[in-house]
Write a protein that binds this ligand. Structure first.
Ligand code: OAD
Length: 245
């Protein structure tokens, strides 16, 4: 399977990569679904909707600050570095991530679009300004984060029931329509609109390589499904590639 994935990449001219929480799991960041997933222990309705924020902004901020703390202690893992390496090998490359943890950038990825926002950004509900927002580990936060204009800041994350950023989605679709290969890594493949990407790639006759610990709803349509840890599989694929592709 590794060999087949490498052969597909060797004959590709443009590569689209879609990642989800699974690619950051080996960095110690919890995924959303599965036995230890965040949505097993926390309610998305209470924490990741505009209504939840309206009702209890303190609770929502507490949860995002807690997640920031976990992410700040984490380091990119070999899977993030492998994706950054692939970007160097392909002139035509785009990474679309559903993750908000910034680990792809920290690993060196440059052509990366974030579909669900970024946990280190906040947006003012009054003036719309987007600001960098990061906790200082160990320092308690007592007040709700405010903008310079005194408006309330909210996490710059796409919550359930909200529209994804249309510019990012359009740019992704445009790239996808011309990409001859897609890698889908560490995503359960059930959250829309990212869940539509494999079908779209298939319609464009692109080859699809999936890397996941377990089969997903998209496994039946992909060309190569590799079951295993992203941090082990992606570096192995790169090692198997002919040096100059
Ligand atoms: P999920 O938690 O739904 O799925 C994570 C996937 O990663 C699962 O299919 C796991 O089998 C797989 N996985 C776990 N560890 C892995 C590893 N080491 N290597 C490879 N695969 C591994 O996460 P997403 O698909 O990213 O949205 O979820 C999509 C969206 O749903 C998230 O962006 C989040 C959530 O609600 C928002 O918060 C806006």
């Amino acid at each position: 399977m590794i060999q087949k994935a490498a052969e597909i990449l060797e004959s590709s001219k443009s590569l689209f990569v879609l990642t989800g929480a699974g690619i950051s799991a080996e960095s110690g960041i919890p995924t959303f679904r599965g036995t230890d997933g965040l949505w097993k222990n926390y309610s998305a309705t209470d924490l990741a909707t505009p209504e939840a924020f309206e009702k209890n902004p303190e609770l929502v901020w507490e949860w995002y600050h807690w997640r920031q703390g976990i992410i700040l202690k984490a380091e990119p893992n070999p899977a993030h570095f492998a994706v950054a390496e692939l970007e160097k090998k392909f002139n035509n490359f785009l990474l679309l991530t559903q993750n908000v943890d910034n680990l792809h950038r920290r690993a060196g990825s440059k052509k990366v679009l974030e579909l669900h926002g970024n946990i280190f950004r906040a947006r003012c509900l009054s003036c719309g300004r987007i600001v960098h927002h990061q906790i200082e580990p160990g320092k308690e936060i007592n007040n709700l984060p405010k903008c310079d204009c005194e408006g309330l800041l909210r996490p710059d994350i796409v919550w359930f029931g909200e529209q994804i950023p249309q510019d990012i989605w359009q740019a992704s679709l445009e790239f996808l329509s011309a990409a001859d290969t897609s890698i889908i890594c560490g995503t359960s493949g059930i959250v829309w609109p990212a869940a539509a990407i494999p079908e779209m790639a298939k319609k464009n006759r692109a080859k699809i390589i999936e890397i996941n610990l377990e089969p997903t709803p998209i496994s039946s349509i992909v060309d190569v499904s590799i079951l295993g840890k992203a941090g082990e599989i992606l570096p192995l694929i790169i090692q198997t590639l002919n040096t100059n592709i």
